[in-house]
Design a protein around this ligand. Sequence first.
Ligand code: NDP
Length: 218
Amino acid sequence: MSEPTHIVITGANRGIGHALGEHFRAAGNRVTGTSRDGSAGLALDVVDPAQHRAVADALAGQAVDLLICNAGVYLDKGQALDDGYPPRMWQDTFAANVTGVFLTVQTMLPLLRLSEAPKIAIISSQMASQTNAPGGSYIYRASKAAALNLGRNLAADLRGEGIAVGIYHPGWVRTDMGGGGADITVDQAATGLMARFKALSLDSTGCFETWDGRSHPF
Ligand code: NDP
């Protein structure tokens, strides 16, 4: 492709999303970052349909080659099984981690269809896996499992249009969410994920992979 690749990233103001934006820009790509506060470029709370419409208007007619659904919350860290996990926490988590991903894909689909080789990357988590179920973090695990399921079904629906969809575990990353004791830096996560996104194709659509290139059990 002669033009720089256009990449859209949600939650690009901090953490993994911010690092991905920096690395993709440094590699010569055009990056449209979105964030709730607008500081990453465009204002987008992924749960807000009106803001999705505004973003669609702002980018109208511009091909998007890679959409990275990165924005997410982990609200139930440390909740107690007996008296924690209030209903509102379920709603807020699913709104951001599941509905938000779906709305973002809907918003970007017309722009992805303008690309020669469109891809969607969904940042889920190893905590989505049915084979990794040690208990705890019920809300986050369920929301990321739903995002994984969503990605798998999008892959089936969009394969015929030539849009590849990958679902990723970004590693345990030192961010506000991952904490200071996590395994890897945002730069390591971003570098690894970029290689995964590059390798994503219609042959691998629907994959669930880790940042360092391993297939993750569903
Ligand atoms: P951070 O908490 O550092 O950043 C989360 C980002 O998501 C922020 O930019 C935040 O914006 C944004 N966000 C949250 N809710 C919304 C919303 N409703 N609309 C728009 N943006 C929103 O997390 P990480 O960078 O660590 O996580 C990025 C992704 O990676 C998440 O999906 C997370 O679940 C996943 N992940 C992270 C792991 C880790 O170890 N860090 C491990 C596995 C998965 P704001 O500043 O406005 O809050």
